[in-house]
Design a protein around this ligand. Sequence first.
Ligand code: PGA
Length: 249
Amino acid sequence: MRKKIIAGNWKMNMTPSETKELISKLKSKCDTNDVDVVFVVPSIDVTTAYECLKGSNIKLGTQNFYFEDKGAFTGEISANMILDAGATYVIIGHSERRGIFKEDNAMINKKLVKAHKAGLLPILCCGESIELREKNTYKEFISEQIKSAFNGISENEAKNTVIAYEPIWAIGTGKTATSDQAEEVCAFIRDIIGTLYNDSVKNEIRIQYGGSVNAGNAKELFGKPDIDGGLVGGASLKEEFASIVNYKS
Ligand code: PGA
């Protein structure tokens, strides 16, 4: 049985002071062992969030990093900085990084390789645009994203990767993929992992759905056999996130 993982992607929201406030509202309600809960906060909020989350089971992550160890990379943060500040997860290849900041599959592969070498737990995002969905070529596109991201990743590292399937047309739009659409792609991704590795990686790797997940649709989405939780944007900034974490009750 794969443990569900529910991560809140705060994006570029919350100052350190606001971080304290939001965590004080969410901490006790999200502190569970039934699912893995991750708050993926802006890098500048990690230290504050770490202090606020002490004593709970909630894990911390950042939304990006750079694959070099240190040096002249103005504006970037390294894997070791993230780990030393108390975060253990990192999102890689979010569609906003791919689209707005022009990160390509080659860059995302370097980040996935480095995250594992450094001991970070990556949440690797993939997903198609509305154009590719309408042209019915989304599977080829996602297959390419996955194959190129996992280039050079060992079997054990693959097992410790979380994949988030996030159709771009469902992100921040209120237009959730239906649970059948989400399940179809998550199962498809699991099959690709099976062909790249073997059945044990295929059965152990966790695949989330992301894109307008909310308290009303979480239970149905997470009830699908190949959906192992969610990557939640907008709703992770509200008390609603606690209802998503506790989707079973
Ligand atoms: P959303 O964002 O839940 O606001 O659609 C999800 C994401 O981009 O990770």
